[in-house]
Design a protein around this ligand. Structure first.
Ligand SMILES: Nc1ncnc2c1ncn2[C@@H]1O[C@H](COP(=O)(O)OP(=O)(O)O)[C@@H](O)[C@H]1O
Ligand SMILES: [Mg+2]
Length: 167
């Protein structure tokens, strides 16, 4: 395994590199979310994002995507936008890349009360202005997609920066 970026504990990262196999094979079942391009595994405080197992040729493009996601997330955190903590990007020996981030405790928009929805929409607009004013071009995001509301913190969080760009 190779560390590409980030300052996360390398031993824990190695464990997550193995964990991905066990989850993909069904040997263990950590709560998972699968999307169009990959999978997010939840383990303790962390969310681990990786492409589907397969052809190493596609992994290189995915690696660049995860590095972009890491950098955008770090940059957004720096300007005060609520995002997962970006811990690190790694490449396994089979060339599969993965991203380790902090796990958000968020609720999807459709499950919120009326009042919470109003708050989420308000914060969504405010956070988006902060990001755009700093030169970010948000990707696939609206208050029902790629963001969620942290009830405990009363805060809206953005995630999934695959399609975000910085000017
Ligand atoms: N840091 C995180 N904390 C908690 N849940 C997350 C985190 N990142 C992603 N998720 C969950 O995993 C799902 C897929 O992640 P996402 O980054 O949107 O990937 P995709 O590129 O497949 O859309 C999301 O809808 C969300 O529910
Ligand atoms: Mg998404």
């Amino acid at each position: 395994m190779k560390q590409i970026t980030g300052d996360f504990d390398i031993k824990i990262a190695r464990n997550y590199a193995d964990l991905i196999n066990k989850c993909s094979s069904g040997e263990i079942n950590f709560e998972e979310r699968s999307g169009a391009e990959g999978v997010v595994i939840f383990c303790g405080d962390h969310a681990i994002k990786h492409p589907y197992p397969g052809d190493s040729k596609i992994f290189n493009g995915r690696l660049n995507g995860l590095i972009n996601e890491f950098n955008i997330g770090k940059g957004l955190e720096d300007i005060g936008v609520n995002v997962p903590k970006m811990h690190g990007v790694y490449v396994r020996d089979d060339e599969m890349p993965f991203l380790i981030m902090g796990r958000l405790n968020i609720t999807d928009f459709e499950k919120l009360s009326r009042k919470e929805r109003q708050e989420a929409i308000k914060q969504y607009a405010e956070q988006r202005v902060i990001a755009e004013s700093a030169g970010y071009a948000p990707g696939d995001v609206n208050y029902e997609t790629n963001c969620g509301f942290g009830r405990k913190q009363n805060k809206l969080f953005f995630y999934d920066f695959t399609d975000w760009r910085k000017n």
